[in-house]
Design a protein around this ligand. Structure first.
Ligand code: EPZ
Length: 418
């Protein structure tokens, strides 16, 4: 579905809100479900367009997939094909995560190159280098990546960069390999830990997720299991910033505070009050926000997926702020749109200099990717007048009913489908 959000600015957000299951945990776990013989049940699966595409990918491979009341059931007994066409990989880069799973299960995978997206070229070199070390033969032909291995064999892999996707793909390939695999300089995101827990519940033997070196002891086969996905820390962070920016008072009731520690620290630096009580995070926005500097880093550093939303907050903070984006080479597309609303942002490569302005003004703006899009919705909440955010299909990839949730807190957003 595409369309636009019409956002009336000027309302404080007040109240309680809960978030859904983590998109970036559900997607690799759905790929991992292809490894199991028997039925897998995944709880807390949100209704997002990225999840819809991943369901298409699993069904294309031959799995039976049901999704009711946020419960996803995957029956992967009969996997018929290991070929994932471009029509699907183009829609969802994360579909490349099935490469490791299909290679482990079928001994081959043929996945169309997912291509870049608006935030960067998104290469797969680290994934492929690791699969090669596990004994896969790799051919890139006609826009497809063909990987083959009659038997994957455990290897000692060092990732040049702690890539989330490469870590996940290699975990999925290694769980059925012969012998032990070590993945060094692995990503430490909470979604990696969630994937490890899911794989172990299926009978795998994975240790070390979250601390940087992952050790996988290959097993013969994996069985279906039940698993509940962790809450979405990026959604939590987004609503925290929504409260801070509108001088609001919002409590997010099903968070895991340690997953958003860098965001809590940064919001406190801006003058917001953040009160943490078990799984509830309450954010009270100050009457005026202080400028802060942000540098995105792999977890547990400040998350790149929260950089656009934080930039919106900094456009109306007192003084000058600097945002350094170290993860993606092109993740400032939202800056031009924020400028149309009166923001004062200067870009120099991977650094953005933001000078706070007293107020933003409503304008017609366009979502260019998921997090840039939501950053524009946050800007609309505080802008003078009406902001129209076009191309909201990007936002629906990662936020379930964000207009309804924000309106519940006092926002005034109308969704117009086109
Ligand atoms: C995951 O993407 C997330 N997506 C992204 O979230 C997130 O921004 C990113 O991790 C970083 O945290 C999912 O989990 C589905 P990477 P992924 O591999 O795995 C370079 C969102 O908004 N790289 O850690 O693609 C790459 O170009 C999305 O929810 C290589 O050079 O991220 C990038 O610059 C956006 N070679 C950097 O590493 C490779 O083989 C981080 O990429 C792989 C990656």
């Amino acid at each position: 579905m595409n369309g636009k959000y019409i956002v009336m600015g000027g309302n404080r957000l007040v109240g309680k809100i809960s978030v859904g299951g983590a998109k970036n945990s559900v997607l690799p776990i759905m790929a991992a479900a292809l490894l199991a013989e028997g039925k897998t049940t995944i709880e807390n699966v949100p209704y997002l367009s990225d999840v819809e595409v991943m369901k298409e990918v699993l069904r294309h491979a031959g799995a039976v997939v049901e999704h009711k009341h946020r419960r996803l059931e995957v029956e992967a007994d009969k996997i018929q094909t290991s070929e994932i066409p471009e029509t699907l990989t183009r829609k969802l880069r994360a579909s490349n995560l099935v490469m490791g799973a299909l290679l482990a299960r079928m001994g081959k995978a043929n996945v169309a190159y997912p291509g870049g997206c608006s935030i960067g070229s998104r290469p797969l070199d680290l994934h492929l280098k690791g699969l090669q070390l596990l004994g896969a033969e790799i051919k890139e032909k006609g826009g497809f990546i063909q990987v083959r291995a009659s038997q994957l064999v455990g290897a000692d892999i060092h990732l040049d960069f702690p890539s989330v996707g490469a870590t996940e793909n290699l975990m999925l390939a290694a769980v059925l390999a012969k012998g032990t695999t070590v993945i060094r300089n692995a990503a430490k995101e909470p979604e990696i830990v969630d994937l490890q827990n899911f794989l172990n519940a299926m009978g795998a033997h994975v240790r070390g997720a979250g601390v940087g070196t992952i050790v996988v002891k290959g097993v013969k086969s994996l069985r279906g299991t039940k698993h509940e996905v962790i809450p979405d820390r990026i959604e939590v962070a987004t609503y925290m910033i929504a409260s801070a920016i509108t001088q609001g008072d919002v409590s997010i009731t099903n968070a895991i505070p340690e997953h958003v520690e860098p965001v809590i620290a940064k919001l406190r630096e801006t003058g917001a009050e953040v009160i943490v009580e078990r799984d509830t995070i309450r954010v009270c926005g100050p009457s005026s926000l202080k400028s802060v500097n942000i540098k995105t880093l792999p977890y547990p550093g400040f998350p790149t997926d929260v950089q656009p939303q934080m930039m919106t907050l900094l456009t109306i903070s007192q003084g000058a702020s600097m945002v350094t984006e170290t993860i993606f080479e092109n993740r400032f597309k939202h800056a031009a749109e924020l400028r149309r609303m009166g923001a004062d942002i200067t870009l120099e490569g991977r650094v953005a200099l933001i000078k706070g302005v007293p107020r933003l003004s409503g304008a017609f703006v366009e979502a260019t990717d998921l997090r840039a899009g939501v950053a524009l919705v946050l800007a609309g909440l505080v802008a003078e007048g009406i902001t129209v955010v076009e191309n909201i299909s990007h936002i629906l990839r990662g936020y379930e009913c964000i207009d309804r949730k924000l309106n519940q807190l006092g926002a005034k957003i109308v969704c117009v489908e086109t």
